[in-house]
Ligand binder design. Structure first.
Ligand code: GCU
Length: 410
């Protein structure tokens, strides 16, 4: 039975859910049964949480399609220290006259002994914005005009390199890592219209996802898994050492992708905030009601029913973090970014810890939010820097140090 069909018989309407002012424990089934063994976690509670998050918040996704990949272009970059590959990943679905397509931009270090671990993350403004090189193809999907170099929804050459500060490729390459990225609009544009993967999967006559079907964040996360489908077969990268990263809305997406897809060896949501790493029941920063109002397309159509009654949510975001267990998870934050509630995120991380304990691995090596610029480099990691909401080389330093220590060895 599909997740959706199973949930329909098992999960009550929002109004019939009990009030739970405190975050529901990760190690307790929806019916109250305590979860006391690793087996019970894996066989019962983990699938239940996946289904709950899909049903009430992010939406269900189609099964993984078979992808086909074409290497469009290879360019030597960074004085020969890296090769830049551009790959089209077509994801169907079968029986349609046109394919969905991700244009993946991949940088792989050339001076290395074997396949490189790879950071994979979505970008906001197109591949051409992440790395200033004339070979990088411009996106064809719609982009917001507020981004530099975008005219009437289309990217132009003037946008080249405008997001490069967020993507210190040379630094990652020189530390032995590959970096892969694609524009999130390849999967689904960031506005309340369903062009892209959702539309391709509509049944005849359907014009919007149904109540429990995927919103934009679930679609983006599903797209990251399609990129992973390709990366596991790319000889330049090590498919057992893929690190999923993302900033802000792309960070919410990285956490969801890492929670659902266990091929991601490390999960790093950065400044992800509401709907990602911060508590739905929190009182600092963005609320569930605000996010559903400002971004009605990010979650499914069940989630707004919690706007004025977040205490009815049968989970909080620590449960999504717990789905990453036993794999390493790092939250990175900025002190001035209170909209994303950095302290609330730390509390969520701590509430995920019992699951790591049950699975017999270390949790978080801190009892409170660490000092600024100090990386808590334990399996449940945390980092906060001074300054504003952004993705900078300071985050990247923390991510690289975390990966050096936490990646599984070959
Ligand atoms: C808004 C939104 C956040 C989101 C952020 C971003 O601030 O309220 O939830 O994380 O945009 O994606 O930059």
């Amino acid at each position: 039975m599909s997740v959706a069909a199973a949930a329909e018989t098992a999960f009550p309407d929002v109004e019939r859910l009990p009030d739970r002012p405190d975050p529901p424990p990760a190690l307790q089934m929806l019916d109250g049964t305590p979860v006391t063994t690793a087996r019970q976690w894996r066989d019962k509670r983990r699938p239940e949480l996946v289904a709950l998050f899909q049903w009430y918040m992010y939406g269900t996704t189609p099964p993984a399609p078979k992808i086909t990949a074409t290497l469009d272009k290879v360019t030597d970059v960074l004085e020969g220290r890296a090769k830049m590959k551009q790959v089209s990943i077509r994801f169907g679905p079968p029986g349609r006259d046109r394919d969905g397509r991700i244009n993946l931009l991949l940088f792989a270090p050339t001076r290395r002994s074997g396949p490189a671990p790879v950071f994979l993350g979505l970008n906001f403004q197109g591949n051409h914005a992440t790395f200033d090189h004339p070979d990088v193809m411009l996106p064809t999907a719609w982009l917001p005009d507020r981004f530099e170099g975008v005219k009437d929804g289309q990217a132009t050459d003037a946008g080249r390199g405008t997001e490069a500060g967020r993507w210190p490729i040379a630094r990652a390459i020189d530390r032995g890592y590959a970096v892969a990225t694609f524009y999130h609009g390849d999967i689904k544009i960031d506005r309340p219209q369903w062009d892209g993967a959702p539309e391709l999967y509509f049944r005849p006559g359907q014009t919007a996802p149904q109540e429990h079907e995927w919103g934009t964040i679930a679609a983006w996360a599903w797209g990251l898994s399609r990129a992973a489908d390709y990366l596991v077969d790319d000889p330049d990268v090590d498919g057992r050492r893929m690190i999923v990263i993302g900033h802000s809305r792309n960070g919410k997406t990285a956490l969801l992708a890492g929670a659902l897809d266990e091929r991601f060896a490390i999960v790093i949501p950065s400044q992800a905030g509401c709907g990602g790493t911060s508590p739905a029941r929190g009182t600092v920063g963005e609320s569930v009601q605000r996010i559903n109002t400002a971004f009605p397309h990010w979650f499914n159509d069940a989630f707004p029913k919690f706007n004025n009654q977040v205490q009815k949510l049968p989970f909080d975001q620590h449960c999504l973090m717990a789905l990453v267990a036993p794999r390493p998870l790092l939250l990175t934050n900025a002190a001035e970014d209170q909209w994303a509630n950095p302290t609330g995120q730390f509390q969520m991380l701590k509430l995920a810890e019992p699951v790591y304990g049950l699975l017999g691995v270390e949790g978080c090596g801190a009892e409170q939010v660490p000092a600024e610029n100090h990386l808590v480099n334990t399996r449940l990691g945390y980092f906060i820097r001074p300054g504003k909401h952004d993705m900078t080389k300071v985050e990247w330093s923390a991510w690289l140090d975390f990966a050096d220590r936490q990646l599984p060895r070959n």
